[in-house]
Design a protein around this ligand. Structure first.
Ligand code: A3P
Length: 343
């Protein structure tokens, strides 16, 4: 009896299962036939171009912009989008160790900015300059026509011939100078050279011995790291060619601790809509610096060569240097209209 009931149940289940499978197969076949039988609509009839095409283009462009910001563009993209290599409309001319790399990389977060990744040294290097403007343009990254290219070569700020050469290329170019408290900058400059010597297993002088003249016990103005920090002297040479309005001074110390307000000032100076936001900048406790967030998947910190630990400097030498720079700083504030809390 029990055996009979079980057989009946199995039979019912079989029929039910066959019915379900049959229906599914029928539906699949029907959909397939429908797809095959219906005429393929021309794109225009399925959706209005204004609804769909910009969406696709934007999505694609976001990818393209991202690649451009990373300094990449494929041959196909160059051809498809008429990408161009444009002369810079703004140059970060210095100051060495002021935070020039951080500034360039952070500005590159802006969708309308494309950076020249390498320092090109066109205007300060006679051999490069002799290669001509087309060589310089050829060193520029590909960009969309509405974007602006920015390059940085910190040696421009202190090199005699550069202002005139840049003026000859573009007399209305925008010039960015990023400065730090002059003594800190000089120590940073020294630290970079020291690291280079150490890498080659060479010995090097102490900062104090370079910065102070042993014969006079005064600040050694022949020492390049000291000379570079006399910002006003260099700026005055530039002002023979460009009006002060064409320069924007960036506070390199604030760019370290709170970069966004400094970047917003630069956006305004470059007449760019404000696009860099706090989202794009996050503090990385391990690095001890702000790092860059382009989007949910792509972020980066600057290389380890940025943000070195400085050697301890004799406090009396620090004070001597600060006193030495003080009058030059005052002049710099006066000329630029930007005041810092430097000692
Ligand atoms: P230190 O190495 O003395 O700390 P430049 O790019 O002109 O060579 O400047 C280097 C300096 O940029 C570094 O000097 C560092 O302090 C500063 N800097 C500013 N913002 C930075 C950031 N987000 N990450 C790393 N370094 C940064």
């Amino acid at each position: 009896m029990l055996f009979k009931q079980q057989a009946l149940l199995r039979q019912k289940l079989f029929v039910l299962g066959s019915l379900v499978i049959g229906s599914v197969l029928y539906l699949v076949a029907r959909v397939g036939t429908l797809d095959r039988l219906q005429p393929i609509c021309p794109i225009e009839s399925r959706f209005h171009p204004s609804e769909q095409i910009p969406l696709r283009t934007l999505q694609f462009k976001r990818g393209l912009l991202h690649e451009l910001r990373k300094g990449n563009a494929t041959k196909e993209q160059i051809r498809l989008h008429n990408l161009v290599q444009q002369l810079p409309r703004a140059i970060i001319i210095g100051v060495r160790k002021g935070g020039t790399r951080a500034l360039l990389e952070m500005l590159n977060l802006h969708p309308a900015v494309v950076k020249a990744s390498q320092e090109i040294h066109f205007f300060d290097n006679d051999k490069n300059y002799a290669r001509g403007i087309d060589w310089y343009r050829g060193k520029m990254p590909f960009s969309l026509p509405h974007q602006i290219t920015i390059e940085k070569s910190p040696a421009y700020f202190i090199t005699e011939e550069v202002p005139e050469r840049i003026f000859k290329m573009n007399s209305s170019i925008k010039l960015l100078i990023i400065v730090r408290e002059p003594t800190t900058r000089a120590v940073s400059d020294y630290t970079q050279v020291l690291e280079g010597k150490e890498r080659k297993n060479k010995t090097y002088h102490k900062f104090e011995n370079l910065a102070i003249d042993a014969n006079t016990c005064e600040v050694n103005t022949k020492y390049k790291a000291v000379r570079t920090s006399i910002y006003t002297k260099h700026l005055e040479r530039w002002l023979k060619y460009f009006p002060v309005e064409q320069f924007h001074i960036v506070d390199g110390d604030r760019l370290i601790t709170d970069p966004l307000p400094e970047l917003q000032l630069v956006e305004r100076f470059l007449n760019l809509p404000s696009r860099i936001s706090q989202y794009n900048l996050y503090f990385n406790a391990t690095r001890g610096f702000y790092c860059l967030r382009f989007n949910i998947v792509f972020n980066k910190c600057l290389a380890g060569s940025k943000g070195r630990i400085h050697p301890e400097v004799d406090p009396s030498v620090v004070t001597k240097l600060q006193k030495f720079f003080h009058p030059f700083n005052q002049k710099f504030y006066q000329i630029t209209g930007r005041t810092f809390n430097w000692p």
